[in-house]
Design a protein around this ligand. Sequence first.
Ligand code: 1HN
Length: 352
Amino acid sequence: MTQLGTIDEIPREYLDDLAAHNLLPLWPSLRNLLPFEKPTRNALPAIWHYDDVRPLVIRAGEITPIEKAERRVLILANPGYGSDQPMATPTIYLGLQLIMPGETAPCHKHTPCAVRFVIEGSGGYTLVGGEKCPMEKGDLILTPTGMWHEHGHEGDTPVIWLDALDLPLVHYLEASYCTEGAHREPGNKADSSQNRYRRAGLVPYQSLNDVRNPYPLLRYPWAEVREALQKLSHDAADGEMIWLAYVNPETGGECLPSLGFSAVMLRPGERASPPRRSASAVMHVIEGKGESVIDGETFTWTESDTYVIPTHATVEITNTSDLEPAFLFMVDDAPLQRKLGFYEEFPPAPGA
Ligand code: 1HN
């Protein structure tokens, strides 16, 4: 392996001449840009315990009226980026959003894609493209790029959800912007896509002729995902991970272009070693307790905690209850990496 020259070995006046012409020598930074075997990573494995952050989310509601916030959100900032960057991973933005009874968050649309994953409270809703999507704990609601959306709350306790957006990516592309819109009455379109695409394997007949709607299904109710995971667990072999992907019911492919969503069930006492993956991911605990060892560091988790798995990290995940299953929701950037052609899974090392 050749030892590349460093910046210190380059004559100062030559560097000044280069700078005057907006030029840079590649060789001092080549190994950082293209390291051997494993990428340079800034994202750190990190966890946010819901018990710690919930009071701070509630406090945001006390100090900031919704009108002053537009979206009342605390961002989960990965310390690997210096704690002041709105990113959990290179591609994934995460925030905890609070909406209080009777509040509304105004209508807008933007270039980044967003999803909501409901953590607590009843009676919240999101209008996406005029469709009213109810929000109950564990529901996944898509807000694809360019679709108008606004939030409201008809219940009587705080509603808190996890926002995940491909904002770091779109911001890096210098393509992130939003447009304000007027409130749109939902009309008779309450939960319409959920009614039309209620069951895997069945699609509205006319969809076979129509130009495909790229986002036919907007809400994935947790009650149905949970049941599907449990049914799968009865069928799965020992050692097989109980892991379901949320997909577009028309194409069978990922529901959004950049980010992927999936749900994992760990049987009581189960320990799983998923393959090391090139994608970055975040895990959100829906139910249960356990621990995850990420690149050798142990994180203990319980309901509603959220943690980061950096690209190429090794992961071992354990349900520490011998009685109850654990359920986790995953967001990753595998769809983007697949499109770019370099998504990889690495089988565990022999004997590991
Ligand atoms: C956004 O539109 C929402 O609509 C939440 O609830 C968080 C963070 C950055 C940019 C847009 C929302 C957001 C966001």
